[in-house]
Design a protein around this ligand. Structure first.
Ligand code: SF4
Ligand code: SF4
Length: 112
């Protein structure tokens, strides 16, 4: 599989794995979604207001799930995806990062 074209330094993923240790996704605040997530009795799921907007112009919130993926492996100090090259690997993992947000600018070492 070819490295993602936006990643200038894919080897950095071997020592990073940030996008596999923490799962982030975005949604707008419909029907009290933001408050509902904030009420969860856990410190493993957080929500942040962003400056991003949906195609319909609604402000997007970032949901941060601080739970590592079960397919992430650490071997000899380097990270590997057990599903790499397999059909069962989620499409979003193959496509990451689709957008470069302030989150990727903060954490993605492969962009630098
Ligand atoms: S955050 Fe970036 S550098 Fe880190 S593992 Fe994901 S794609 Fe690689
Ligand atoms: S499936 Fe692989 S690439 Fe996707 S989050 Fe899990 S370890 Fe990372």
């Amino acid at each position: 599989m070819k490295p993602h074209p936006k990643l200038k330094n894919p080897e950095a993923c071997r020592t990073c794995a940030m996008c596999c240790k923490v799962f982030t996704f975005y949604d707008h605040d419909s029907d009290g979604f933001v408050e509902r997530v904030r009420l969860l009795k856990t410190d493993k799921i957080k929500i942040e207001k962003t400056n991003l907007a949906s195609p319909e112009g609604q402000r997007l919130y970032r949901v941060i799930i601080d739970i590592p993926c079960s397919a992430l492996e650490l071997k000899d100090g380097k990270y590997f995806c057990k599903l790499f090259g397999k059909r069962t690997r989620p499409l979003m993992c193959n496509q990451y990062p689709y957008d470069i947000t302030d989150w990727e600018e903060r954490y993605c070492k492969a962009l630098k």
